[in-house]
Design a protein around this ligand. Structure first.
Ligand SMILES: [Zn+2]
Ligand SMILES: [Zn+2]
Ligand SMILES: [Zn+2]
Length: 745
């Protein structure tokens, strides 16, 4: 922390609260002293307050107590807000502001989350099981009457319900303890069901891994596990078993899944096992609901927290384990300040609490898998077999170059068309998949498959509107060619078909079919994608065309064919992780098709079927993919061998953006040159237009730093940008830092 008041001046003697105020100005990111009026005392560290600041009243956080220097004009704290942070989360926020080079106020805001202020949401008692299941339970007469009353009028409180059933409130309490009644808001109730049914028998692999982790839980020491389990190997059941163990030790568990996977179905899986010990945190909760769940978590009433990325900040006080499902998902890194990675925050919290971290995926991120090598900090667990001895799903790869040779200019190959036709006849459903991030324009020859790449960075060149193509890492520039430099064909061009174009083509080819589309345009409304999936599942369409978001529709039993319309839009995304993301996406898509009773298959269309990421995805071969991709990364000096940082400069006037970028480059280069020792060397690339060179009228240019030592890269970036900011006050230009960026678009 910089510029704290220190006691070198004459002191007044009385300790005052140090408050970080929530104002978006970096220069004010330091504690200010405030008096605490008697009626607010004691005011614990971590409290949220309203304080006078200049002429305004602003929210802030109490981060400590100290004696202010004499002569400081002290004002009193005005008001106390609900919520607040415990000591552990306060320390976490402090660490995050250094680790991710953002303000303390930004990390505090992030850790606490928005809308923690208390609002009352009516709660009531709801029956959690069906009538049939109740009959099986064979309840005593009095309890049965309570259930009947609760079914007749859901949402009553304890006293009302006891009165309605003509019993004492203790009878109602018994049913709550049995998880047959749930004290919940209506929205929670929708997802609720009770602890029921025998858990399935574990496969030998599941058994072994569960036993290993349970042993580690007994030791109460920090360990980070990476579970590499093929799709369909039953990772969720492993989570449920180790959570049960954590609960038996009276500790709490945090389970994170990607936001799009946080469906009512997955919530129901956890509730069936753990009843109302489960708290769910997601972005669709109202502020009041969120407050209610946070309360249940911090009091320990909720022992299992299920949520998306931000659940990593759940205010648990007895942390036992943090589970990160689909740990390779890029959305585990936040793209706004603080640009934290969930894996790192989880490890930080688990270490402080002597708890475990369990990261799991069928396609672990390279960063994670290399840390799970024998000398690395993670321990590797492996599941190679699917449950119920199911075979790995069938995948075919179509070479789109031969389609062109055969005179088929459609974006759908003949084989995919045939297979769609067959599914339509069988009254089965089809999903056609398009890459969401395909909008950066790269250049490919449809005849020979050549993709223009930067000779220095090996990433695709992107087309800029001025007729030139550029590398947006190093700035290399060449004129966009009119014929293919390799085969001289004129089929070279910019492409990437959007969902609308694919939808149009499918309508042309299959005029009788019911076609649904799901993408950013159709799903901007809250819950809209769940509604589309539900409608499709209910038979509302034959073919669903969509982006990444439809991944969760792949579990629909009647979907027996998944077509990846163009694997190249992901493979030639101008990112060094393009091959990794392609492999992950194709493996995940293929792994989910046809999990029902009917066998499913996947068809992948590409102009470069010989690319290793496509070959290994088709063969479900993670290890060979990993080894080959690691060789590339080592040769080209990319993560996980090197660490990156990005400085993004954006503004409406491109000339201005470019000159600021040049200015920052000079400061960065000077800082980098001052670093001693070859191991520590940091190189500065750019400035270059970013892959998405214009977003909402703003031009975006970037500088990319690269080095072997993570801390050195971060320090050079932070110090240089800080120095530049102190000497330049430019209002219409935004400068943002991303440490270990997931995307360089
Ligand atoms: Zn060519
Ligand atoms: Zn380059
Ligand atoms: Zn531009």
């Amino acid at each position: 922390m910089k510029r704290w008041h220190v006691g070198v001046e004459k002191l007044t003697g009385e300790k005052c609260a140090e408050v970080i105020v929530e104002v978006p100005t970096r220069q004010l990111d330091r504690p200010f002293h405030y008096q605490v009026p008697h009626q607010f005392q004691p005011l614990p560290v971590g409290s949220r307050v309203i304080v006078p600041f200049g002429a305004r009243k602003v929210p802030g956080y109490v981060v400590g107590y100290s004696i202010p220097p004499a002569g400081v004009n002290l004002k009193p704290v005005e008001r106390i807000l609900g919520g607040g942070l415990n000591k552990e989360l306060l320390d976490l926020a402090r660490w995050m502001s250094e680790r991710y080079v953002c303000t303390f106020a930004e990390s505090l805001h992030c850790v606490l989350g928005p809308g923690r202020e208390k609002k009352n949401v009516p709660k009531g008692l709801y029956v959690t099981v069906s009538k049939q299941e109740l009959t099986n339970e064979g309840l005593p007469l009095k309890q049965e009457e309570v259930v009947a009353a609760a079914l007749a009028q859901p949402g009553m409180n304890k006293t009302q319900l006891a009165k309605a059933a003509g019993v004492s409130t203790s009878t109602v309490s018994t049913l709550i303890k049995k998880n047959l009644l749930l004290w919940a808001t209506d929205s929670e109730k929708a997802a609720a069901s009770t602890v029921s049914g025998e858990p399935p028998t574990l496969t030998p692999e599941q058994q072994q891994i569960t036993a290993d982790i349970n042993k580690a839980i007994d030791k109460r020491k920090y360990i980070a596990y990476l579970l590499h389990g093929v799709t369909g190997s039953g990772k969720t059941e492993v989570y449920l078993r180790v959570i049960a163990k954590v609960l038996r030790m009276n500790k709490q568990a945090i389970v994170m899944v990607p936001e799009i996977s946080l469906t009512p179905q997955i919530v129901a899986v956890f509730r069936r096992r753990f009843g109302n010990k489960v708290a769910v945190l997601h972005s669709r909760l109202s502020a009041g609901e969120k407050y209610g769940e946070q309360q249940r978590i911090s009091t320990g009433e909720a022992q299992v927290v299920l949520g998306a990325r931000s659940a990593v900040f759940a205010p648990v006080s007895r942390l036992g384990i943090i589970i990160i499902d689909e740990e390779h998902e890029p959305m585990y890194k936040q793209e706004e300040n603080p640009k934290y990675h969930t894996r790192e925050v989880a490890a930080y919290r688990a270490k402080k609490n002597n708890a475990l971290v369990l990261m799991a995926s069928a396609t672990p991120a390279l960063e994670s898998y290399c840390r799970a090598e024998p000398s690395g900090p993670y321990q590797l667990l492996t599941m190679t077999k699917r449950v119920k001895d199911l075979p790995m799903p069938s995948v075919s790869v179509i070479d789109m170059r031969s389609e062109l040779d055969a005179g088929n200019r459609s974006i759908l190959s003949r084989l995919l068309q045939e297979k769609i036709k067959y599914r339509l006849e069988q009254k089965q459903q089809v999903i056609l998949f398009i890459n969401r991030r395909g909008y950066a324009t790269f250049i490919v020859c449809r005849r020979c498959g050549l993709v223009l790449k930067c000779p220095h960075c090996d990433i695709s060149l992107t087309y800029h509107y001025d007729g030139y193509t550029r590398c947006h890492y190093c700035g290399y520039t060449r004129k966009a060619p009119e014929t293919c430099p390799s085969c001289s064909d004129q089929s070279i061009g910019y492409f990437g078909a959007g969902t609308q174009r694919v939808e149009k083509e499918v309508r042309r080819l299959f005029p009788q079919a019911g076609i649904m589309r799901m993408d950013g345009d159709t799903t901007s409304r809250k819950n809209a994608h769940q509604e589309i999936i539900d409608a499709f599942k209910a038979g509302g369409g034959d073919i669903l065309v969509g982006t990444q978001m439809i991944a969760k529709g792949l579990d629909i039993p009647n979907v027996t064919l998944v077509g990846v319309v163009n694997a190249d839009t992901m493979l030639y995304m101008p990112e060094f992780r393009a091959a990794e993301r392609t492999f992950q996406l194709l493996t995940q898509v293929a792994g989910r098709a046809g999990r029902g009773s009917k066998p499913g298959e996947t068809v992948i269309q590409t102009h470069t079927p010989e690319h290793y990421s496509i070959i290994y995805a088709r063969n479900h071969d993670y290890l060979n993919f990993y080894n080959q991709e690691m060789q590339m990364r080592r040769a080209l000096k990319y993560p996980p061998f090197y660490y990156l940082a990005r400085v993004l400069i954006s503004g409406e006037d491109e000339e201005h953006v470019m000159s600021v970028a040049d200015g920052i480059k000079t400061v960065l280069s000077n800082k980098a040159a001052a670093v001693k020792g070859q191991e520590q060397e940091v190189t500065v690339m750019g400035p270059a237009p970013s892959g998405l060179s214009r977003v909402q009228k703003r031009h975006r240019w970037q500088l990319v730093l690269k080095g072997r030592i993570s801390g050195v890269v971060r320090q050079v970036t932070a110090e240089a940008v800080d120095l530049w900011r102190r000497n330049n006050n430019i209002k219409d230009i935004r400068v943002s830092i991303d440490i270990d960026p997931q995307f360089l678009l």
